[in-house]
Write a protein that binds this ligand. Structure first.
Ligand SMILES: Cc1ncc(C[n+]2csc(CCOP(=O)(O)OP(=O)(O)O)c2C)c(N)n1
Ligand SMILES: [Mg+2]
Length: 367
């Protein structure tokens, strides 16, 4: 008997990058990169993000902010995807997309408020339809599918852009969401920020899959990798995925390869599970230094340009810190106010009790 074996499916995963770690182009850059102003705006967005990030950690260390997840080293992913999006698209972030949020009009003050435990920080004055930060791992991915379905049903040329981490791709939510997005050809772009760690779990222990991008293939659509420390590449690859999804070609997955240079959050101490030497190696891939080197070589970026950018970002962040610290806290019963349109009866009772407890705790004038 002759057994005939036929290949019924095969796939390839591409990886796109334009600048090497020292900022030298490895091939011709995409057209938008001819525009110095465009590159400077990407650069400034990354510097603003890093300035905000450092300040947020400092505020937490001095007891003026809650637990905070730094995005140190990953700025190019969020900035690249944020720059690629159109205003009418909807961003469903995880927690390290500060750079994308700023580009979309979320203010540094709002993000300080959020990480300071104040829900008003999620009430964005800018992108009203963008989703709030999503700390529960991967629960934003099915939400993105819902948003994309709404766009499809309404015939709107908009795309849901969902960001999750490498760890998030192990969750059932992630696979289920991708499956539906593929089956219904929804206008969604899934960006996976592969920063090599899920708290203390390295990427190598997270999954036996060779790439995270290939997880899209099982759901019936394409995935690819991009150098997540090359902001030009992220903007380019996500931009092309958005254009295709907007045109009705369905979903796409982009795995952005980067590295979490910081602790997982301010509640973590990464030196307990990884050595300084490997972190030091990854500093050589720094996305900000990389674009700065290219700007200097190709667009005459000067020391004065650099200093002016650092000063203007520092000023923006300082102003936000002042606004944040001057914002009076909400009363404790505010914790009941953002979950339900109409508060269920049992929670109404608890809310009243919180108001009464607050009134009782306020010292009266006559002592
Ligand atoms: C459903 C759920 N389980 C566990 C946690 C605790 N937790 C917070 S972040 C995290 C790891 C996430 O790793 P990854 O998806 O790679 O994102 P990263 O934090 O590296 O950006 C875990 C397990 C959580 N927030 N939500
Ligand atoms: Mg991770």
């Amino acid at each position: 008997m002759v057994v005939v074996v036929t290949t019924v499916a095969s796939f390839e995963i591409e990886n796109t990058g334009y600048l090497d770690a020292s900022g030298r182009p490895t091939r011709p850059l995409p057209a938008f990169a001819d525009d110095r102003d465009e590159l400077v705006s990407l650069y400034r967005a990354m510097v603003l993000t890093r300035t905000f990030d450092a300040k947020a950690v400092a505020l937490q260390r001095t007891g003026r902010l809650g637990t905070y997840p730094a995005c140190l080293g990953q700025e190019a992913v969020a900035v690249g995807l944020g720059a690629a999006m159109s205003p009418e698209d909807v961003l469903l972030p995880y927690a390290r997309e500060q750079g994308a949020q700023f580009l979309r009009g979320v203010t540094p003050t709002e993000l300080f408020l959020y990480w300071g435990g104040d829900e008003r920080g999620s009430d964005f004055s800018g992108p009203r339809e963008d989703f709030p930060i999503c700390v529960p791992v991967a629960s934003q991915v099915p939400h993105a599918v819902g948003v994309a379905l709404a766009f499809q049903l309404r015939g709107e040329p908009r795309v849901a852009v969902c960001v999750s981490g490498d760890g998030g791709t192990s969750k059932g939510d992630f696979y289920e969401a991708l499956n539906v997005a593929g089956a219904w050809r929804l206008p969604a772009v899934f960006v996976v920020t592969n920063n090599q760690w899920a708290i203390s779990v390295p990427r190598s222990a997270q999954t036996a899959a060779a790439t995270l991008a290939q997880k899209a293939v099982a759901a019936g659509f394409a995935g690819e990798q991009v150098d997540g420390n090359d902001v030009i590449a992220v903007r380019d690859v996500v931009g092309r995925a958005l254009a295709r999804a907007r045109g009705g070609a369905g979903p796409h997955l982009v795995e952005a390869i980067t590295y979490r240079l910081s602790d997982h959050t301010t509640a973590d101490n990464a030196s307990r599970y990884r050595d300084d030497e490997s972190v030091g190696r990854h500093w050589r891939e720094d996305p900000i230094a990389r674009l700065r080197a290219y700007l200097t070589a190709a667009h005459g970026w000067t020391k004065d340009d650099e200093e002016a950018t650092l000063a203007s970002c520092a000023k923006d962040v300082e102003r936000a810190v002042e606004e944040y610290l001057a914002t009076p806290p909400q009363p404790p019963e505010a914790v009941f106010d953002y979950m339900y349109e109409r508060l269920p009866a049992d929670l109404r009772g608890q809310r009243t009790a919180a108001t009464e407890a607050r009134a009782a705790a306020v010292p009266s004038d006559d002592g």
